[in-house]
Ligand binder design. Sequence first.
Ligand SMILES: Nc1ncnc2c1ncn2[C@@H]1O[C@H](COP(=O)(O)OP(=O)(O)OP(=O)(O)O)[C@@H](O)[C@H]1O
Ligand SMILES: [Mg+2]
Length: 323
Amino acid sequence: MDRAIAIQVSHLTKTFDGHTAVSDLSFEVYSGEVFGLLGPNGAGKSTTLRTLITLLTPTSGTASVLGHDTVREADVVRQLIGYVPQERAIDRFLTGREHLELLGALYHLPKAEATKRIAELLKLVELEEPADRPAKTYSGGMKRKLDIACGLLPDPKILFLDEPTLGLDVQSRLRIWDYMRMLKARGMTIVMTTNYLDEADQLCDRLAIIDKGVIKALGSPTELKIGLGGDIVSLTLKDQTKIPTLVTALTGQPAMRAVKATPTGLDIRVDSPEKALPAILESANRLDCRLEFIEYHRPRLDDVFIAHTGRSMTESVQDIQTG
Ligand SMILES: Nc1ncnc2c1ncn2[C@@H]1O[C@H](COP(=O)(O)OP(=O)(O)OP(=O)(O)O)[C@@H](O)[C@H]1O
Ligand SMILES: [Mg+2]
């Protein structure tokens, strides 16, 4: 199927003082899809997004939005897009409505049109009732809804959202997912970053898995999972000092596609669990590796991430938090 291309990124590299934040990224975003950049902290998601919205200039490579180069035609690009940053400064004194009015003035929207659009947007994100309260009194979820209304104010063709639900409670996340689905249904193209696997899985038509500034895999969540081939058997061992022994014994056995140690046991990718499970149990018995728990599942996005980066998304997040 031929699909219209909304965004074209070609060999994009961005370095900050000699440090490469993203390296040689190439991908396209199709019109009308939700496209995600999924990766752990520091992967280069915001840098990529900020380059697309013309806030950063590429060190090398190019990006175009609806056919307009983000450097040479930055002014045109800015008129076509809306942006919801990872963190927006909410003014202590302004109300929700005043935030939108200020932004409307920045966009040079005629007053009457701005008033009408602001009323519509406040309704859309369910902030009509608290609209005239200072925004500093809003909850995290309400602030995020205000951010989204701000991003939608210019009536963009493409909406960019950086970590739309970071730190929100479950209810607020679900509401924001609903808005994004509704905007997509209205024909909007959406580009988002996230470090939540479930968010990428639920919302994105296609996604790029990005790690250390490099795209490791790209496709629909289903394609990426199928692309792994096989299912996952996860073992938890009673005695974790036996993990390397069992990894060695299973690696290379015909029923095992890939064997990887985890903090508590092993993750084994298998073509056919009927063949693999007896072989796994046999090896474990023979080597006196007592199993505490066996779990078997179809590939999840985390498995895709592990297969392409050698570690788990959740481990990567912990790495950052603890060290
Ligand atoms: N303005 C800047 N100056 C210097 N280094 C920067 C700048 N912006 C980003 N970086 C670096 O570039 C790398 C990628 O950062 P980026 O913010 O794009 O990651 P991210 O994937 O959005 O992470 P997070 O999930 O934490 O938001 C990091 O090493 C970061 O320190
Ligand atoms: Mg970021």
